[in-house]
Design a protein around this ligand. Structure first.
Ligand SMILES: [Zn+2]
Length: 424
């Protein structure tokens, strides 16, 4: 552990610390941002006597943050701002997350914990492939690598041949990336005859998109590495809010910095542990842009609040199964792309890329195409099995269309799994 005194803190001490920091956060909002404080109902910080008290506060959405662009939720004097990251959607204004010096140190600290949980030390060589720019990924991995004192290669995304060259010549042992980037590297490695298993690479830390257990197995097999699922978003201060440890029994959230709730996405009510819902995050130590009950849009559940076999006491959530806005409703059936991915990728011969295309036919009926790339031809039995599983597990009657690997368009950045033409 990077900070055993925090990461293995006794559960009741951890809750006391969370409550004290929640009060400090509310006091910070009261002192710096009257509009934000008003939205919370002007609570007296001392009146918060238990963590449940937070449920009185309204949920905060990405559209609230967009509407307050650029600094409507900021709670530090402008002269204390040290840097910013930005998240932009396909529509509307972006969300700006400012950081004070202390916020940057906090970022380095949580990222150092994440690296350590993935078995990364100052002896490692870390290849950082998320971008160094407005999105938060590259810099998060950078601040963490500086904190643990490892040698890092800030290569950023793209330039595949250079990635291979640096990986080989500089002896990279750790690869960090958005979750579908390894698929691109694996594809290119095949063309270039680059063998990951002959490199020194041993650990992959991936996140920022949904990646199923099946995709994970495929990446681990093809690259010969152990992978770790890291979470965190711009709005909550960037990557590093949590990671799965070597036990791989859920993702630890650093509870001394973040208060996690799971709510029913329809009603906004907190659900019981173990029940699926949307992750809601309150930041407990962030200064420039503290978030109270931010709706992340990520669907998950609380796996356990018990001490983990790794020794950490911080609660564990399930790997994200999708986003609330990813849920597809097709002919009355609700499903997530991750469910389709799980069925496809466990079949031998299916490559890692697929696309779901939704549209209307001329009569206004909904249509769905499922285009799947193949690495090798499938037997008719296997095709029948895929169709049966899509029906049995997801409730979909669909005739998958199989194409050769490389035929689907490749988007820069995150993979495009769903094209919904119904809204047009
Ligand atoms: Zn653990």
């Amino acid at each position: 552990m990077w900070q055993p005194e925090c990461e293995a803190m006794d559960g009741s001490d951890l809750e006391r610390l969370q409550l004290a920091r929640l009060r400090e956060t509310v006091a910070r909002i009261a002192a710096n941002n009257p509009t934000y404080y008003e939205k919370l109902g002007k609570p007296s910080p001392d009146a918060l006597t238990s963590l449940d008290g937070i449920q009185k506060f309204p949920l905060l959405t990405k559209s609230d943050l967009r509407a307050a662009y650029p600094f409507g939720y900021a709670c530090a004097p402008r002269k204390d701002f040290a840097r910013m990251q930005m998240s932009s959607g396909t529509t509307g204004k972006p969300v700006i997350c400012p950081y004070t010096k202390s916020d940057i140190a906090q970022w380095g600290e949580i990222m150092a914990r994440c690296y350590t949980a993935a078995g990364v030390t100052s002896d490692d060589v870390i290849q950082i492939t998320p971008s160094f720019g407005l999105p938060n990924g590259g810099f998060g991995f950078h601040f963490g690598a500086e904190t643990i004192g490892a040698f890092y290669i800030p290569v950023g995304p793209g330039r595949t041949l250079l990635q291979f060259q640096l990986m080989q010549d500089l002896g990279a042992t750790v690869l960090t990336a958005i979750a579908t980037y390894p698929i691109r590297l694996i594809e290119a490695a095949r063309e270039e005859n680059f063998d990951f298993k002959k490199s020194k690479l041993r650990v992959g830390i991936f996140g920022s998109e949904m990646w199923s257990e099946e995709l994970r197995k495929k990446i681990e097999r093809d690259m010969g590495i152990e992978t770790f699922d890291i979470i965190g978003m711009t709005e909550t201060g960037g990557v590093g809010m949590g990671i799965d440890c070597a036990a791989h029994q859920g993702i630890h959230i650093w509870q001394d910095h973040y208060l996690a709730e799971i709510v029913n996405p329809k009603t906004g009510q907190v659900v019981n542990d173990g029940t699926d819902g949307e992750l809601v995050i309150t930041t407990l130590t962030r200064q420039a842009s503290p978030m109270i009950r931010y709706r992340t849009g990520d669907m998950t559940r609380i796996v356990s609040r018990e001490k983990c076999s790794c020794g950490r006491t911080h609660l564990r959530i399930d790997r994200f199964r999708g986003r609330t806005d990813d849920m597809i409703i097709y002919k009355g059936v609700n499903f997530y792309p991750s469910q389709i991915e799980t069925i496809l990728l466990r079949q031998e011969g299916v490559a890692a890329d697929y696309q779901i295309i939704l549209a209307h036919d001329p009569h206004g009926n909904e249509t769905m195409e499922l285009v799947v790339e193949l690495a090798a031809p499938l037997s008719s039995e296997l095709i029948a099995r895929i169709k049966r599983e899509l029906y049995d597990y997801v409730g979909l009657s669909v005739e998958p269309q199989f194409v050769k690997a490389g035929e689907l368009p490749r988007a820069p950045g995150k993979a495009v799994r769903v094209v919904d033409k119904r809204k047009a």
